[in-house]
Design a protein around this ligand. Structure first.
Ligand code: CA
Length: 219
């Protein structure tokens, strides 16, 4: 679990991100202006900052420079609108670890957060789903203390479910994430793999089928 500061003046987007983070076990702290962001940073321990570049009070790039001067050890992911795209490179050079362009899928944001947290060793690596233990750092899966052999693809799917826990993932999205966009597969490919994961780990109840859509790991 990480404490993530969301600096975004669009209240709707801010709240959506906060809720998504809390479903996946992170704590989202909201700030709607640059000034609020600085005030939060002055009093709370923050693991990662999601920074919208278009803020009402402070230019996002100036804010980023200030953050890297004062809070240089906290990684920043920039959130930019499409028309700010030419500025993105500038943003990354200004000290952001990564950037994401609005509008974005929440799974994509979560995936990027996970990568950055991992790089900064601030991510959760061990997950428990009842008697199943998954160690993402060692790619090891155990059930009731006994190692379980998963194929690479099964493991990848399980990892995707864990970092997106409690979030519904469509079959199409799972194909994209676990097999890659170039893979030509159909829904059945996903279904077959999910069935095997459920059987091997006894997660029939935890990996929920969402009618006509996909799956969700509930934990
Ligand atoms: Ca904005």
């Amino acid at each position: 679990m990480a404490d993530i500061l969301i600096v975004e003046d669009d209240r709707r987007i801010n709240e959506l991100i906060r809720r998504t983070l809390s479903m996946t076990g992170h704590a989202g702290i909201t700030a709607f202006t640059g000034r609020e962001a600085l005030s939060v940073l002055g009093k709370s321990r923050i693991d990662l900052i999601l920074l919208d570049i278009g803020l009402p009070d402070i230019d996002g790039f100036l804010l980023m420079r200030r953050l890297s001067e004062e809070y240089g050890d906290i990684p920043v992911i920039c959130v930019t609108a499409r028309d700010e795209v030419p500025d993105r490179i500038k943003g990354l050079k200004g000290g952001a670890e990564d950037y994401i362009v609005k509008p974005f899928a929440m799974e994509e944001l979560l995936a990027r957060i996970q990568v950055v947290l991992r790089r900064f060793h601030r991510e959760q690596t061990v997950y428990h789903i009842r008697d199943v233990e998954v160690d993402l750092a060692g790619a090891a899966v155990k059930k009731a203390g006994v190692p379980v052999e998963l194929t690479n693809r099964e493991y990848e799917l399980l990892r995707i479910f864990l970092v997106n826990k409690n979030i519904a993932l469509s079959r199409e999205r799972l194909l994209d994430l676990a097999w890659g966009r170039d893979f030509y597969g159909d829904d059945r490919t996903v279904d077959v793999h999910i069935r095997r994961i459920r059987q091997k780990l006894g997660l029939e109840k935890d990996i929920k089928t969402i009618f006509k859509y996909g799956y969700r790991l509930e934990m």
